[in-house]
Design a protein around this ligand. Structure first.
Ligand code: 5CA
Length: 431
């Protein structure tokens, strides 16, 4: 955890500053980062929430490679279209390869080789894999990187009705996924860009540092999220209608005449796109001959959609949404550790043994604990702990320990409570 005292000059937004200062990431080259231990923990927590929600919605995980052959991109017609954002590679046998910016072609190739009949549909497949896009202007740290971690799901259905049901399912799964990360995310009608298709929504966190300009009806900002006990066999059209009938659009899709009707109900803000879903029908299945036999025995191209979440971007997005002047304030679900213990007097025998005892008991109870036993000034330890933003801090000094008490600090509220060692264990370890 190589923390920095000063703000790195190149970091223009708060998440980039705090990620660099807390030692979460290190830049390797423009838009390409190493994930240091603290950063990797958050990335893995976010990845796991996304995975659980995808599995719960009936998606199956697989893993496709980062390097793809150019041949399948020629089949779809996107090899030339994708332009300079695609990193093209030639192997030793002069075969054209590329570092995948997305996986519509590869999944279509897998599908056409293994699924032949409507009886196997619907099918939802996803992976969590590094992507590369040679962005003209990589910036803001992992927010707009060149190499980034994405969850991408691909859906296969018999017809439009089925594809729409799947789209709705993913829409609801996304609302749930982002809510678990403590985020309020607004779905907005969006442009489908190089992925294609005619139905598409972006999911955005509102933040001043967002790259997109967005416009929406103010009431969407206070909508309730879908309940915990959702049943994926339900018809989600009413939920999707509720979220999409009020005006909400990104830059490319916004409509001045609709906006003038909204008058003071219109909110215009900036947003960070953390998810994007697409319905594109038979765009790839037609071009690549991914056919299935229908109930009437006809061979027809399968209906498809794709659904992305920017996992590495979310790390920065969550910081943009949750921080103060002292540092990050992690929501509990994605925090790199649940609790940090600050030993104010490392080397003091009773302080050391009380802290170590707490550390092992909390760890044994299944909590992730960070123990700061460095020989540093108290001020440095306090500042570092606030900077890295763990939800709870246990502050242990020799005077308190003599009386069997520590101070428990809540990072979000700043509230401090003096507590006995036992009551701390009871609170967190429930023993
Ligand atoms: N195949 C489709 C959906 S699976 C797709 O590629 N969609 S996308 O282009 O919208 O990307 C999905 C998500 O990846 C975006 O919503 C965004 O959160 C994230 N993302 C895209 N480009 C970058 C980038 N340069 N740096 C970090 N995250 C990115």
């Amino acid at each position: 955890m190589p923390t920095l005292k000063e703000n790195p000059a190149e970091a223009q937004i708060v998440s980039h500053r705090y990620m660099m200062r807390s030692g979460m990431i290190r830049q390797s080259s423009a838009g390409i980062y190493s994930w240091l231990p603290l950063g990797l923990r958050v990335l893995k927590k976010i990845e796991q929430i996304v995975r659980e929600e995808q599995n719960f919605a009936g998606c199956q995980e697989l893993l496709m490679p980062t390097i793809q052959p150019a041949t399948i991109w020629r089949e779809s017609g996107r090899y030339e279209d994708y332009g300079k954002e695609m990193l093209r590679i030639t192997d030793r046998h002069e075969r054209e390869m590329l570092y995948g910016p997305t996986n519509e072609e590869l999944i279509t190739e897998i599908f056409r080789g293994s699924v032949r009949t409507y009886k196997d549909l619907p099918k939802l497949l996803y992976h969590i894999q590094w992507k590369f896009r040679d962005e003209v202007r990589p910036r803001f740290g992992v927010m707009r990187g060149r190499e980034f971690l994405m969850k991408d799901t691909y859906s296969f259905d018999l017809n439009f009705d089925g594809a729409k049901k799947t789209y709705n399912k993913m829409f609801v799964a996304y609302l749930r996924t982002f809510a678990r990360m403590g985020l309020r995310v607004i779905p907005m009608a969006a442009d489908s860009g190089p992925i294609g298709g005619d139905m598409s929504h972006e999911f955005l966190i509102l933040a001043d540092t967002g790259e997109s300009e967005v416009f929406c009806h103010k009431d969407i900002l206070s909508f309730d999220l879908p309940k915990d006990n959702i049943d994926y066999n339900e018809d989600f059209q009413p939920i999707v209608d509720k979220w999409t009938e009020l005006y909400a659009a990104t830059d490319e899709k916004h409509n001045l005449s609709q906006e003038s009707l909204l008058a003071e109900d219109l909110v215009s803000a900036r947003g960070i796109e953390v998810g994007h879903i697409f319905y594109f029908g038979t765009k790839y299945s037609k071009a690549m001959n991914a056919l299935i036999s229908s109930p009437s025995g006809q061979e027809i191209p399968v209906e498809m959609g794709s659904y992305g979440i920017g996992i590495s971007r979310l790390v920065a997005g969550i910081i943009e949404a949750s921080h103060d002047d002292d540092g990050i304030i992690w929501p509990e679900s994605v925090a790199p550790f649940d609790i940090g213990i600050i030993n104010l007097s490392s080397g003091n025998e009773s302080c050391d043994s009380a802290c170590e005892d707490l550390y092992f008991r909390l760890e044994n109870a299944g909590l992730d604990v960070l123990y700061d036993e460095r020989d540093e000034r108290a001020g440095v330890k306090f500042a570092n702990m606030d900077l890295i933003g763990l939800p709870w801090q246990i502050i242990a000094g020799p005077r308190g320990i003599k009386n069997g008490v520590i101070e428990l600090k809540n990072r979000a509220t700043g509230e401090k409570d003096e507590m006995t060692l036992n009551s701390v264990l009871n609170k967190f370890a429930r023993i």
